[in-house]
Design a protein around this ligand. Structure first.
Ligand code: GLU
Length: 314
């Protein structure tokens, strides 16, 4: 079995990333999965110079190692193009030059956003052109996937039974961007499949994406389907996902201030239900003691006292 660590170089890794990567690594090492490191650099306008090198240093500092890579996602897009040729050739993808404003104008009612987070726009089914096989001959236009009108069900190793209807929430989603690159959903599926990934561990902000990804596995006849393990995100005291507004929680900041990695891992152990109180812990101990069955199911809250404890000020 194979898992992957897939940081995006769109910013520095923070405490929330540390928690996900440590759990992913500990599960992998505890269960003899191979670990592939993949740098997901396709969100080109948001890439930050130096972020990849910094992420590698952060992972090493935490005692996280890997068996293959780092693979740079943008380095080889031939498989993604082949996937597009296949989808388009079977009428499962079509070019779409509509702007966000045009799609918004066509959408009959604004979508409810119960999660309050994303601002995803549902693509109304009326805008789908007649289904027909096409050559993939417009690689600098956005392309959408013909989302099947059915529910997707899967059993998540942490989040439990899941059921989504991507047709109702996102509709035909983008699989190829106007920048001439695979969009996130397609990139992840093609890369996970060709890198032999069988076990995906990541934040539960991507739970619904898993349903879209499973539709792509099916449309592209890729398999076997991966097992998923989606973990609750780390949030600030205001309930929002950890971000700059909650202070500087970049791993590189703690590393550069000389914080011992055992302190960072100890805080993660506390968040993961391994320790009742914050105390320094090695990555090996974290690995040996991690148990999904006793890991808290609710979101994890980062408090200013956590920062003070890391800096040894409390
Ligand atoms: N690169 C993505 C991120 O940093 C992770 C994507 C995935 O795990 O599928 O959020």
């Amino acid at each position: 079995r194979v898992t992957r660590l897939a940081p995006s170089p769109t910013g520095a890794l923070h405490l929330g990333n540390a928690r996900t990567f440590l759990v992913n690594w500990a599960l992998a090492r505890g269960r003899n999965w191979r670990i592939v490191l993949r740098i997901e650099d396709l969100d080109t306008p948001r890439n930050k110079p130096g972020a990849t090198e910094q992420a590698l240093r952060d992972l090493e500092w935490l005692g996280i190692d890997w068996d293959e890579g780092p693979f740079i996602q943008s380095g080889d897009l031939a498989h993604h193009r082949a996937a597009m040729v296949s989808l388009a050739g079977r009428g499962l993808a079509y070019p779409c030059e509509l702007t966000r404003a045009q799609i918004e104008a066509a959408a009959s009612a604004p979508q409810d956003d119960p999660a309050g987070g994303g601002h995803e726009l549902r693509f109304p089914p009326e805008l789908r052109p007649p289904i027909a096989p096409r050559p993939f001959d417009q690689p600098s236009t956005g392309w959408r996937f013909v989302t099947p009108d059915r529910a997707v069900e899967f059993d998540d190793d942490f989040a439990g039974a899941q059921r989504y209807r991507p047709m109702d929430t996102i509709g035909d989603f983008i699989v190829w961007t106007v920048r001439g690159q695979p969009a996130y959903q397609l990139a992840v599926v093609v890369d996970d499949a060709r890198q032999g990934v069988t076990d995906i561990v990541r934040g539960d902000d991507l739970l619904e994406s898993a349903a879209r990804q499973l539709l792509l596995y099916e449309a592209l006849s890729l398999g076997p389907l991966p097992r998923y393990c989606h973990l609750p995100l780390v949030r600030g005291a205001d309930g929002r996902r950890l971000a700059k507004r909650h202070g500087d929680t970049r791993l590189s900041r703690y590393r550069e201030l000389g914080v011992a990695p055992e302190r960072m891992i100890g805080l993660m152990a506390c968040w993961c239900g391994i320790l009742g109180d914050r105390a320094p812990l090695s990555s090996e101990e974290f690995r040996g003691r991690l148990d999904l069955a006793t890991m808290p199911r609710s979101p994890i809250t980062f408090a200013p006292e956590d920062d003070a404890w890391l800096l040894n000020q409390s």
